[in-house]
Write a protein that binds this ligand. Structure first.
Ligand SMILES: *Cc1c(COP(=O)(O)O)cnc(C)c1O
Length: 423
């Protein structure tokens, strides 16, 4: 039997707490749906990667897209974290959250000229360039701004991460990176460009990777490539191995951050490469939950099967709908537990789509009005949320020890139509 995998969400005397605050009290004050993050969980997850490197030169670039709330970014920036961004919007957020520009890495296949300019003007640490076309455009923009753009080429190592097809990125057929067999030609060309300064090499094979083998397979290929580049006089000071370390949602047993870092370092004996990593999910997923309330219980058809219609929906948390992802769903009402018999439920939202579910086939003892927490919702939860069905987006709360703060207020009806005009 696996123990519950969210260290800072605990049940004491029938009360579910995040750190020292009861979830019920937050729901009463802030209402639902509402995302709740543990600051201590965030800090400890980040530190688990950091301490695993010991004295080895490294930089942890938190992948902002996993959870881009300013409070989350600010907690990590106060640990002196770097950041992996994929848009001008994320650049804006990191700078607002007091992130160090020199520790910003800009990834993504479609950086626009405006985004390249903004990042050059902010003096970011590295552009992870994903195509020759992007390299040439970046060179031109840098020359116009009288700057040198620090770059790594993102190389696609053609490795199968064995996760969901939508979040596999390091296969030949994916849109990401430069094919490994073209890497040397591209580096040779980069070395001739006056607006470009070669800083490193990057790869990222996918997300929710639950074994070490794909990372190590990619590393072997990439280290051999770095040796070949060295032989022709192209020196790579930084190796960015991307993100993608998986977490436990149900019964997965991914490597710990320590096992992951140790395995990477074991491939690098006597090298003088600085290692960059880009964990997103592994830092935030199990630092957050989505709190929701049961609005209605209904029985449909002849089977002994019920729907719990809750006040959160696919617009708040799309992972179950998009990837068929499984996240634990736990009743948090103190005292109400086990007052009703367990029944088989699909947990669904109010959105007008059959795909609008948060969990299926769960045995739960719940009734109307009960509070539920959707576990492991800190990553790719709020950051993928939308206003579909004209639903204002949820509030976000950060807990630290016995206190909490709203770090994003619930959207209002006025927010919904902000910027719209009737001509
Ligand atoms: C999404 C992404 C990450 C983070 O992935 P996780 O699975 O959340 O760790 C890191 N690097 C790049 C380039 C990404 O696109």
């Amino acid at each position: 039997m696996l123990t519950f995998h969210m260290d800072y969400f605990t049940q004491k005397n029938d009360q579910w707490r995040v750190e020292d605050v009861s979830l019920k009290s937050i729901a009463e004050d802030i209402h639902t749906p509402c995302y709740i993050y543990s600051q201590t969980a965030l800090i400890n997850a980040w530190n688990a990667f950091h301490t695993a490197f010991k004295e080895y030169p490294h930089q942890i670039n938190y992948a902002v897209k996993a959870n881009s709330n300013l409070a989350v970014l600010n907690v990590l920036s106060s640990l002196n974290s770097g950041f992996d961004i994929v848009s001008g919007g994320e650049l804006f957020r990191v700078l607002k959250a007091n992130g160090n520009p020199e520790k910003i890495i800009f990834s993504g296949v479609g950086k626009t000229t405006a985004e390249l300019k903004a990042a050059l003007e902010a003096n970011i640490g590295c552009f992870n360039v994903e195509s020759l076309a992007e390299l040439l455009r970046l060179n031109t923009v840098a020359i116009q701004l009288k700057k040198m753009a620090p770059i790594a080429l993102r190389i696609n190592p053609n490795v199968d991460p064995k996760s969901h097809p939508y979040i596999s990125t390091g296969l030949e057929e994916n849109k990401f990176g430069i094919p490994i067999f073209e890497a040397i030609e591209h580096y040779k060309q980069a070395a001739t460009l006056p607006g470009i300064k070669i800083k490193g090499l990057a790869f990222h094979i996918g997300s929710q990777v639950t074994s070490l083998a794909p990372f190590l397979e990619a590393l072997d290929k990439i280290i051999a490539l770095i040796e070949k580049l060295k032989a022709i006089g192209i020196i790579i000071p930084q190796l960015n191995v991307g993100g993608g370390l998986g977490v436990r949602y149900q019964d997965e047993t991914p490597p710990t951050p320590e096992e992951y870092v140790t395995a990477i370092l074991s491939k690098l004996n006597n090298s003088d490469l600085t290692i960059h990593i880009e964990p997103g999910r592994a830092i935030v997923a199990n630092a957050g939950v989505l709190l929701t309330r049961v609005e209605y219980i209904k029985k449909q058809g002849s089977k002994d099967k019920y729907f719990a219609v809750v006040d959160a929906a696919m617009n708040d948390l799309i992972r179950p709908t998009l990837y068929g992802a499984w996240q634990d769903i736990i009743p948090v009402n103190p005292g109400a537990l086990h007052q009703v018999p367990e029944r088989l439920f699909d947990i669904v939202g109010p959105v007008c789509e059959t795909g609008d579910f948060l969990g299926k086939d769960r045995m739960l003892s719940i009734q109307e009005g009960d509070l539920l927490m959707i576990a492991s919702a800190g990553a790719y939860g709020f950051s993928m949320s939308s206003n579909y069905n004209s639903r204002p987006r949820a509030a976000e709360v950060m807990v630290h020890q016995n206190a909490y703060q709203v770090v994003r207020t619930r959207e209002t009806l006025a927010d919904l139509v902000k910027g719209e005009r009737i001509p």
